[in-house]
Design a protein. Structure first.
Ligand SMILES: N[C@@H](CCC(=O)N[C@@H](CS)C(=O)NCC(=O)O)C(=O)O
Length: 219
């Protein structure tokens, strides 16, 4: 039987991507918590696994796979059922495009190392950090709202949970944390609301992990 170890952190959106795909595919894993607030991602031991000091990292039967997109693509390849990609090549390309909007044009701006730097080097307050994140993620949200109506059903691509949903859902939680006004994105928020009810997304949610602090826990 193969073994999976996932280095992750309850609140990290990229960790969520890996966790939810493990749950969607029914794969058990050992949860290794890396506390970003204690800078454990930059320990010499962890940097050997993930040279950029980012989470998550997956270890599968001793093989190291850093980076959430590499992890979820890998899981899809080794456990293709249930699939998180459409059968049609054009739709698969568009799923990847949606992932790219989030991964390249939204996620990096709210990353801890970025907002921490803004505070340390430029004296940004929390309110100024919120404004910084809002400025950039709104461009991504607008692109998503232009893209999704053509494809969305219950989820981003009809009624099948795909990689696009896996990447979108935790990014919306990050947007909420930075007080982004999400009322202007009805398709995005309809999909988010549906994913919020999905058992795998409920299980992978930041409020239900072994390293979730008591005050952020939900049943
Ligand atoms: N492209 C990487 C990004 C990984 C990443 O930066 N993750 C964040 C958490 S969401 C992190 O580890 N941040 C640590 C830091 O900012 O020091 C991935 O998708 O795995």
């Amino acid at each position: 039987m193969s073994s999976f170890v996932l280095y992750n952190y309850f609140r990290s959106s990229t960790s969520f991507r890996a966790r939810v795909v493990m749950h969607l595919k029914g794969l058990a894993f050992e949860y290794k918590a890396i506390n970003l607030l204690k800078d454990e991602q930059h320990s010499a031991e962890y940097l050997k696994l993930n040279p950029l000091g980012g989470i998550p990292t997956l270890i599968h039967d001793g093989k190291v796979i850093p980076d959430s997109m590499a992890i979820i693509e890998y899981l899809e390849e080794i456990h293709p059922s249930p699939s998180i990609m459409p059968k049609d090549a054009f739709l698969r390309a568009r799923v990847r495009q949606v992932c790219e909007i989030v991964n390249a044009s939204m996620h990096p701006y709210g990353n801890l190392k970025v907002t921490k730097y803004l505070g340390q080097a430029h004296g940004y307050t929390q309110e100024q950090k919120d404004q910084w994140v809002q400025k950039w993620v709104i461009q991504g949200l607008e692109a998503l709202e232009k893209t999704l109506p053509e494809f969305a059903g219950k989820y981003c691509f009809s009624d099948q949970v795909t990689m696009a949903d896996v990447v979108l859902y935790p990014q919306i939680i990050t947007c909420q944390r930075f007080h982004v006004d999400l009322s202007k994105y009805p398709t995005v928020m309809k999909v988010f609301g549906n994913l919020d009810q999905h058992p795998a997304f409920i299980k992978a949610h930041f409020s239900r992990q072994i390293d979730t602090p008591e005050d952020l826990r939900q049943p």
